[in-house]
Design a protein around this ligand. Structure first.
Ligand code: ATP
Ligand code: MG
Length: 272
């Protein structure tokens, strides 16, 4: 029997709705074992987690609980020993290493605690790097436009020519965020992005991440600190390689507002 035009359209709309509802991350029963001197150590022991598009999720838990191990699997930097991981409906376990590299390049931005910038290289060149990895995809003028847009988003246009070792910790982390977002990723993984920073600078970084999230970027953030996790819409807590709680936040704090509330720093350099 043939479908009428109306039915076909309804089918199409249903399919589109399905695609929209596909979780961006769907990890099921993920295990990760490491060889530790002849015996196997299970760093992840059956993690199941779904993340929808547009979420800002904080992953918390004690040191050694498996947060970075899990994040590396979600970012396709590592593979699970067992379990399934679908990214945006694609089964990552069926992909070879080259395909995973392509997937990372086209979809993910990474921010780490230790910035991982190239030293003695300018802010501009650090942010341009992911675009150069894409070969001839972007011409010089297009690259410049993309780098400047990313630097503007983190408020660092004026430090474009400075070498990264001439920047403060917070500025270096902002360069790392600009580098992560220059490709317009749909998902940013941030592993302890504020771990090395003071409160004020941490809140500035969280303001940038919340703004990106408000523009539609999904963000997975690993943090030890409760006051940083308070800026996330959802908190997932790990213990010994398992999830022990997963709670949507009722009162998500606004980083820009919290930044405003911080006491004004005395300017110790003012000469009377
Ligand atoms: N390559 C590896 N080989 C062996 N063991 C590893 C490896 N990577 C991680 N582990 C172990 O897996 C466990 C989880 O490590 P992971 O780095 O995921 O912890 P974490 O929750 O990110 O901790 P932290 O808060 O300190 O960053 C730890 O016991 C760690 O020693
Ligand atoms: Mg870690």
């Amino acid at each position: 029997m043939h479908q009428g035009q109306g039915e076909r359209r309804a089918d199409k709309i249903n399919k589109m709705a399905e695609a929209k509802d596909t979780p961006i991350i769907e990890a099921t029963d993920i295990w990760k074992s490491f060889d530790s001197g002849g015996t196997l150590f299970n760093a992840l022991r059956g993690i199941t987690l779904r993340i929808a598009k547009g979420e800002l999720v904080a992953i918390m838990g004690a040191s050694g609980s498996g947060k970075s191990t899990f994040m590396n699997i979600l970012g396709c930097l590592d593979r699970p020993s067992k379990g399934k991981y679908f990214f945006n409906g694609t089964d990552t376990t069926l992909k070879n290493n080259n395909e995973l590299a392509l997937m990372r390049r086209n979809n993910f931005g990474f921010v780490f605690q230790s910035y991982n910038l190239l030293p003695r290289t300018s802010t501009y060149e650090n942010v341009e790097l992911p675009l150069l990895y894409q070969g001839l995809k972007f011409g010089r003028a297009k690259r410049r436009e993309m780098v400047l847009t990313a630097l503007k988003q983190v408020g660092l246009e004026d430090k474009m020519s400075n070498k990264t070792n001439q920047l403060s910790g917070g500025q270096q982390q902002r360069v790392a965020i600009a580098r992560a977002l220059v490709n317009n990723p749909i998902l940013i993984f941030a592993d302890e992005p504020t771990g090395n920073l003071d409160t004020r600078t941490s809140f500035e970084i969280m303001t940038i991440l919340q703004n990106l999230n408000a523009q539609g970027t999904t963000i997975v953030l690993v943090t030890h600190e409760n006051d940083i996790a308070d800026f996330a819409k959802r908190k997932v807590v790990f213990r010994d390689g398992k999830i022990i709680s997963d709670i949507a936040s009722v009162n998500v704090k606004d980083a820009a507002e919290e930044l405003h509330k911080l006491p004004v720093q005395e300017d110790i350099n003012v000469i009377p």
